[in-house]
Design a protein around this ligand. Structure first.
Ligand SMILES: Cc1ncc(COP(=O)(O)O)c(C=O)c1O
Length: 425
């Protein structure tokens, strides 16, 4: 498949737009970043006219596929009423109601624009409520691109210190020094309980399934142990469900695993592609947002985005998206296992029908460091080759599935995988 027109356009545009892209995560994807002309259902069309089956899904948000009718119609209708009012609309109250019905921890809700911002609000709430400043995060977990959390997201082992006492490694040049943030290994209850025992940690923040790196599930009992350690020490537990929310279950990982955090960050699939995120949580910590804790944003609850949020949540609450994806996503996961096994390869397909991870690995890692043993370079090559066959997957191994992916798309995808594997790894 040719990608020449995209390449040329990126090169030209780089004179005007830094790197030709507007997010660091769109850079460096082989063969080069693509330029798109249309997106519909599960299909992207690029500048070269290629038709690509899409498992990026906008990096996760498009749970209902690209341009689903209920969301498009709601957004279009709202354009005739208001765009931004710097005040309240019934839309945001209706959307908040649905969130509270879906997500176990959501007793109070605050909407914002991006997941990165909602994380900042969560940490401010936690510090205000506890009167403490230190936040514990985990190696390999991503909580947005801001200075205070972009630590040890994908560190090189040489820089990362001993496994039981990791050293925070910055994720970017120009980042402020690590202030009030400590990094621990994930999926290990003991080091966390030992650290929290000092009684000076405001919050523990984690992806309850580690999807930003390697797609690692929490070990049985781990989330419960973290919950207990937080309870015992007055530490707030924050689940960053920007990826897991509405995907691993309608109510996110907290519903699936039955462990309720104090605060939750939601984003991505919440609004099916419109820029909306939310901080939700238990009434008591969240109520400081109605008092001394400042959280703002000109574009919070922008009317069109809220109409899209309400339409998306209405679909999710109806149950049909998860019923559909359970069938197609499972067909895809099973099919991939069969294709890789048929090619004699050790490959792990781990996760849930709406979001899963494919790892060139012999077993299940416990944490970030164990996950480094996978053949990640081989997977990146595989992703680039699959693109040549008309299937767009993230080079880091996460697959997002939407309601718009039908059996035929899955079978086409599996045929493309077969063709790539037949060419040799
Ligand atoms: C788990 C997690 N938290 C936070 C974020 C940041 O969200 P946003 O990109 O909307 O700022 C992301 C984005 O990928 C994420 O995956």
């Amino acid at each position: 498949m040719p990608f020449h027109a995209s390449r040329q356009r990126i090169e030209e545009a780089s004179a005007l737009v830094a790197g030709g892209v507007n997010s660091a995560f769109r850079q460096g994807i082989a063969p080069h970043p693509l330029v798109f002309t249309a997106a519909d259902g599960p299909i992207l069309t690029d500048l070269d006219g290629n038709r690509l089956i899409d498992y990026f899904l906008g990096m996760g948000p498009m749970l209902l596929g690209h341009r689903p009718a209920p969301v498009v119609e709601a957004a279009r209708a709202q354009l005739d009423r208001s765009i931004l009012v710097a005040g309240q609309t019934e839309l945001e109250y209706a959307a908040a109601r649905l969130l509270a019905d879906l997500v176990p921890s959501a007793e109070l809700v605050r909407f914002s624009v991006s997941g990165s911002e909602a994380v900042q609000a969560a940490l401010r709430v936690a510090r205000a409520v506890t009167g403490r400043s230190t936040v514990v995060k985990f190696e390999g977990h991503y909580h947005g691109w801001f200075d205070n959390v972009l630590w040890s997201v994908a560190p090189q082992l040489e820089e990362a210190g001993p496994p039981d006492a990791p050293v925070p490694v910055p994720g970017s040049a120009g980042q402020q020094p690590a202030v009030d943030v400590e990094v621990l290994p994930w999926n290990a209850p003991e080091p966390l309980a030992a650290r929290l025992a000092a009684g000076d940690v405001a919050a523990v923040i984690m992806e309850p399934v580690m999807f930003n790196n390697a797609g690692i599930l929490p070990r049985p009992g781990y989330l419960e142990a973290v919950r207990a350690a937080c309870d015992a020490t007055g530490t707030l537990l924050v689940f960053d469900e920007v990826i897991t929310g509405f995907r691993v279950a309608p109510g996110g990982a907290q519903q699936l695993y039955g462990v309720t955090p104090d605060l939750t960050i939601l984003g991505k699939a919440l609004a099916n592609g419109f820029p909306v995120a939310a901080l939700v949580g238990k009434r008591e910590p969240m109520s400081v947002l109605a008092g001394p804790v400042l959280h703002g944003g000109t574009y919070n609850t922008q009317s069109v985005a809220m109409a899209a949020t309400l339409a998306t949540l209405t679909e999710i609450a109806g149950g049909e998206p998860h019923r559909r994806i359970a069938v197609t996503g499972t067909r895809l996961m099973d099919g991939l296992r069969k294709e890789f096994a048929g090619a004699g390869m050790d490959v792990q397909v781990v996760g849930f029908p709406a979001v899963f991870q494919v790892r060139f690995d012999t077993g299940q890692p416990r944490d970030y460091r164990e996950a480094l043993r996978a053949d990640r370079a081989g997977y990146t090559r595989f992703a680039a080759r699959l693109l040549e066959h008309g299937v767009r997957i993230l080079p880091r191994g996460t697959w997002f599935v939407s309601t718009a992916h039908e059996e035929g798309h899955v079978d086409e995808t599996l045929a493309a995988v077969r063709a790539v594997l037949a060419e040799g790894k």
